[in-house]
Design a protein around this ligand. Structure first.
Ligand SMILES: [Zn+2]
Ligand SMILES: [Zn+2]
Length: 258
């Protein structure tokens, strides 16, 4: 780089982009900005956030957090945000004024950038919560034992189905879990009510493929809407009792069952 120098500060020992060193370029760049007014839509019941047309992060805190603020920031392509410290400067009703001080990097140069934000929190009940409050459902997943004789004792059956249901939820996508409206305990097992039939079918499929359950599906007509018949789907899952719950370790028992 003989003879080349930053056209702003004259430094000769630094890499240049368009004739300007990174330090000088950082001084002349708006490293961080935000829209003047932002709105965060939160479901007060489950904490889900409305992002565009979708609801996300069900189960999150119903209070405004740093996680809500980060996506509001406008970050230029060459800037990396490492950390933002937020401070509330004022709050009136649902509007909060905040100042964020961010540690950013720009072409390898570390800087601090300040950004001001006015955020309004709006509370809206998400579709899942409004459906659940009306005990609305489109599908029921019946969790039952196998048909082996002698029949399993009720307590053992419920303990086993309870465990299986937790395992099954662990294998389920978040949007399937979100479609679970409520669970009812019955002498013969559990009924799980879903607000979305596709989600119930997806969970049933996993039960069949990964947990060896037998599946029977039936539908019942329960009304008409806009000239269309509406059906509720019943998915009956039978989980056969594992053969002789002996001292075989959990791991090898799973392999045997496959
Ligand atoms: Zn310079
Ligand atoms: Zn909700």
């Amino acid at each position: 780089m003989d003879g080349e120098f930053c056209v702003v500060c004259g430094a000769t020992d630094r890499p240049l982009t368009d004739g300007v060193c990174a330090e000088c370029a950082a001084d002349r760049t708006r490293l961080l900005s935000a829209p003047e007014h932002a709105v965060v839509v939160i479901c007060p019941h489950c904490g889900a956030r409305k992002v565009g047309a979708e609801w996300e992060r069900s189960g999150a805190s119903p209070l405004l957090t740093a996680e809500d603020l980060a996506p509001i920031l406008r970050v230029p392509p060459e800037v990396g945000v490492r950390r933002v410290r937020w401070e509330e400067t004022s709050a009136t009703g649902t509007v909060r004024e905040l100042v964020g001080v961010a540690d950013v990097t720009f072409r390898g140069v570390e800087r601090e950038a300040e950004v001001r934000l006015s955020v309004r929190t709006e509370h809206q009940t998400c579709p899942e919560c409004s459906r659940k409050s009306g005990r609305y459902y489109t599908a029921v997943l019946q969790l039952r034992g196998g048909l082996e004789k002698p029949a399993e004792k009720s307590a053992a059956l419920h303990a086993r189905l309870d465990r299986t249901w937790s395992d099954l939820l662990g294998e389920s996508r978040p949007d399937w879990r979100q479609a679970v409206s409520w669970v009812e305990e019955l002498p013969e097992g559990y009924d799980v009510f879903f607000t979305q039939t596709l989600a119930a079918r997806a969970v049933a499929k996993v039960a069949k493929q990964k947990f060896g359950a037998r599946l029977k599906e039936s539908a019942t007509l329960f009304g008409r809407k806009d000239g269309q018949d509406i059906y509720r789907v019943t998915l009956c899952l039978r989980f056969p009792r594992p053969a002789a719950p002996s001292a075989v370790p959990e791991r090898s028992r799973r392999v045997l069952e496959q």
